[in-house]
Design a protein around this ligand. Structure first.
Ligand code: BDR
Ligand code: CA
Length: 318
């Protein structure tokens, strides 16, 4: 059983926002080999207050409101802008600010110090909270079991026309650079693999037809998100009949690493101008004088095997 903290910019339930953080949370709850001990929230897909409110709402829906939720960073480390706050979502507790006033970074330090070599962090938003925790207490780098990040694009091309790299790293590249420089045991699940794990409208229909009320809810959100993306990006080459499950793949990588291929690498992120902001430089160590590896990156995925695991777990939620 893996003791896991999910760090997320969850926006499932905010109109027009990505849904995959919500699926990552659901998968973490539904995997019998994961003990989800806390959720930390961060600015990214939406502002941190909305991410916190929607995390509380989703945990209620999953009947796991006992899991602690810690509100995290409102802003990237150096970049001035947070996501603007959308209208407050229609939820049971629109004033939810977490289950405790302890901020995300402090909670991460405490949990890692209290449970040496036991805690795995899966970070599926910008890395601001993780970088802040490493700045508060650099010693936790040696005490955390592992950090698994959904972020970066190392071998292929970005899916965005409006940013040079991948979104989570782009939002807070300085935080990402702190994390890769910290010595923490680290794996990256980047766009190279996550763009290949997708839910189609047929999958949405299958979820909607399921016995599980949660799967029906998830199916409705999937259908709406696919439709939103097709409308928001007319004429785009992106597959118009499906959406990527970026963040759940990072959760699956913890208990099912065999779903992916991994390569040791030395990764750095560009922190300079807007034109290069967040671009990953991945050295795959094949030169005669390679640098020391600072992480492993996912290079390939068995998309069908992931899909089978993922759908069956989501349908198991009652
Ligand atoms: C990442 O950006 C967000 O929109 C998704 O939730 C995922 O974490 C993919 O680039
Ligand atoms: Ca995310």
């Amino acid at each position: 059983m893996v003791a896991l903290v999910l760090d997320t910019d969850l926006a499932m339930g905010a109109p027009g926002s990505d849904i995959d953080d919500g699926f990552a949370l659901a998968l973490a709850v539904a995997d019998p080999d994961i003990d989800l001990i806390a959720v930390t929230t961060v600015n990214g897909n939406t502002d941190v207050d909305t991410a916190t409110i929607l995390t509380g709402e989703l945990l209620r829906r999953l009947d796991r409101q006992g899991i602690p939720v810690h509100r995290g960073a409102e802003l990237p480390l150096l970049r001035p802008k947070a996501r603007p706050r959308p209208p407050t979502p229609d939820v049971a507790d629109p004033d939810f600010r977490g289950t405790t006033p302890e901020p995300a970074a402090a909670a991460l330090v405490r949990l890692i110090r209290d449970n040496p070599h036991q805690i795995t962090i899966v970070a599926v938003g910008p890395l601001t909270n993780i970088a802040l925790a490493l700045r508060l207490d650099p010693g936790i780098a040696e005490l955390v079991r592992e950090v698994v990040v959904m972020g970066g694009v190392f071998l292929g091309q970005t899916n965005r026309r409006d940013m040079p790299g991948e979104f989570n790293i782009w939002v807070d590249p300085e935080a990402a650079q702190i994390v890769v420089g910290s010595g923490v045991p680290l794996r990256f699940v980047g766009l190279d693999v996550t763009l290949r794990v997708r839910l189609s409208t047929a999958d949405a229909q299958a979820l909607e037809d399921s016995d599980s009320p949660f799967a029906r809810f998830a199916g409705q959100h999937t259908r709406a998100w696919i439709a939103h993306q097709a409308e928001a990006h007319p004429g785009s080459e992106v597959d118009r009949d499906s959406c990527a499950m970026h963040d759940p793949l990072a959760v699956a990588a913890v208990t099912h690493p065999e779903l992916l291929q991994w390569a040791p690498a030395h990764v750095a992120f560009a922190t300079g101008s807007e034109r290069t902001r967040g671009i990953a430089v991945a050295d795959l160590l094949d030169s005669s004088t390679p640098p020391e590896p600072n992480c492993r990156i996912a290079t390939d995925v068995d998309a069908e095997a992931f899909r089978a695991h993922f759908i069956s777990r989501i349908q198991s939620i009652r």
